[in-house]
Design a binder for this molecule. Structure first.
Ligand code: ZN
Length: 459
């Protein structure tokens, strides 16, 4: 998991959503902000798309316009925000007993998007979001940019949390999202039983006090009537008994083993995945846990056994590279990262990882290769703030000061820090030749930031 953001080991601000026109559930922000950052991992993102895209299509939406994010937070939660963004906490991802349960929750959340429940939220809620966005806009963008700590600090000082707590789906919205979700599952030829199972598993939450509940069941209130109504539709579907495919089960177990390895304390992982567990999942979780316990030799033994058995799997090469890189061995990480890219040429995050290890070495050839790699990452993910940051470093090593300032401007713009973006862009414009695309883009950043800042002041 090259892109797990583990603030203790490795701080990797990554992905950025330029538009801050997102609202987040109160539960995301109240009292938990400190733990949060986004996780980027090519393999897990691919799995979630694999699970989610058929449901998104069944809802009549374009999968390309629906973003799926993974929040590094141990609490049980999943939610959607404006701008068609679906968020899963790691705490819910490791809780699913089957892919069908995950798909059930995904279908339900997509149901909220497709039914326009966010757009139709009450005036009280809308004005609360408005106030919130002004007060904490940078904090939110920073969290979306993966800069969890910075974001949490800003958000923590905001007075808006209490107001935000009003966001909660009504029982009517919940039932209609259930029905819509069940429909998407049926259209895509899948069972709706997983969603019922998931609700049954947490049915006891219904009788608990509001504060005692998991965030997911605070914003999505459970009730027996709701489960019964869902069961009626699901029972009538011709796909009720359709089982999960072995491929999907495998994908989910890999995802959970990897998350467990990165999130749980290593000792917990060694209990949950003891040495006697020689499965792929066991070895994967243990290799990560050994690495996190600073036992590099043992981590490499586990990951190497996976590579020997699955030499064509890019993610084991990626993991090997990540383990070496984060253990301070940038040069030794590179062959593994190169192999991962060879097996999976179009994955931006793999290129970003190689670029980072090249920059660390500070060799001229490596630096110029990293510039090429990062340009390619940014073509695929223009709002990837971390790659802009790396690019500014690479240009710095090349003594290309104007380009370095420009890349810093993009980095700060991506994370929503308009003032800093403007200042870097202004400095870049004093150095860059006028007829370059970077000069024009720096100029755009100055102009657009000025307009946005003025608009914020008027509010
Ligand atoms: Zn709901």
């Amino acid at each position: 998991m090259n892109h797990m953001i583990d603030t203790k080991l490795f701080r990797r601000p990554v992905f950025v959503v330029r538009a801050i026109a997102a609202m987040m559930l109160a539960t995301l922000l109240v009292g938990q902000a400190a733990a949060q950052s986004l996780i980027r991992d090519t393999e897990i993102e691919e799995s979630l798309r694999e699970f989610g895209d058929p449901l998104i299509r069944a809802a009549g939406l374009n999968p390309k316009s629906v973003d799926i994010y993974i929040v590094n937070d141990p609490t049980l939660n999943a939610f959607v925000t404006r701008g068609q963004k679906v968020f899963f906490h790691t705490g819910i991802l490791v809780e699913f007993d089957s892919p069908n349960q995950l798909k059930g929750v995904m279908a339900h959340e997509v149901g909220h998007i497709a039914s326009g429940h966010l757009a139709r939220s009450s005036d009280t809620q809308r004005s609360a979001y408005g106030t919130f966005l002004v007060a904490a806009g940078i904090g939110l963008a920073a969290i979306l940019a993966g800069e969890g700590q910075a974001g949490a600090a800003i958000l923590g000082s905001s007075q808006q949390f209490a107001v935000l707590d009003v966001l909660r789906y009504s029982r009517i919205n919940e039932s209609s999202a259930d029905q819509a979700g069940a429909n998407y599952l049926e259209i895509s030829g899948q069972s709706g039983k997983g969603l019922i199972e998931f609700f049954e598993k947490f049915r006891y939450q219904e009788v608990m006090s509001e504060q005692g509940r998991f965030p997911y069941f605070r914003s999505h209130p459970l009730s027996s009537a709701r489960i019964d109504a869902l069961r009626e539709v699901v029972d009538e579907s011709p796909y009720t008994e359709t089982p999960d495919s072995p491929e999907d089960i495998h994908r989910m177990k890999i995802m959970q083993a990897k998350l467990r390895g990165f999130i749980d304390p290593p000792q917990t992982t060694f209990v949950n995945f003891p040495e006697t567990d020689e499965s792929e999942y066991g070895r994967l979780a243990r290799s990560v846990a050994h690495f996190r316990a600073a036992n590099l030799p043992q981590a490499l033994i586990s990951v190497d056994s996976l590579i020997t058995e699955f030499p064509q799997n890019p993610y084991y090469h990626e993991l090997r590279g990540e383990i070496l890189y984060k253990s301070g061995k940038a040069k030794q990480a590179q062959p593994s990262l190169r192999k991962a890219i060879e097996l999976k040429p179009n994955a931006p995050l793999l290129k970003q990882a190689l670029a980072q290890s090249l920059i660390d070495e500070q060799m001229p050839e490596g630096i110029s290769e990293s510039v090429t790699l990062l340009k390619s990452v940014l073509q695929a993910e223009p709002e990837n703030g971390y790659s802009w940051y790396l690019l500014s470093q690479a240009y710095g090593h090349q003594k290309k000061k104007g380009l370095a300032q420009y890349a810093s401007a993009e980095q700060h713009y991506a994370r929503g820090d308009l003032r800093t973006a403007q200042s870097f862009a202004g400095r870049a414009m004093q150095i860059l030749p006028r007829d370059t695309p970077q000069y024009r883009r720096a100029n755009d950043i100055v102009v657009v930031s000025e307009a946005q800042l003025a608009q914020n002041r008027r509010r």
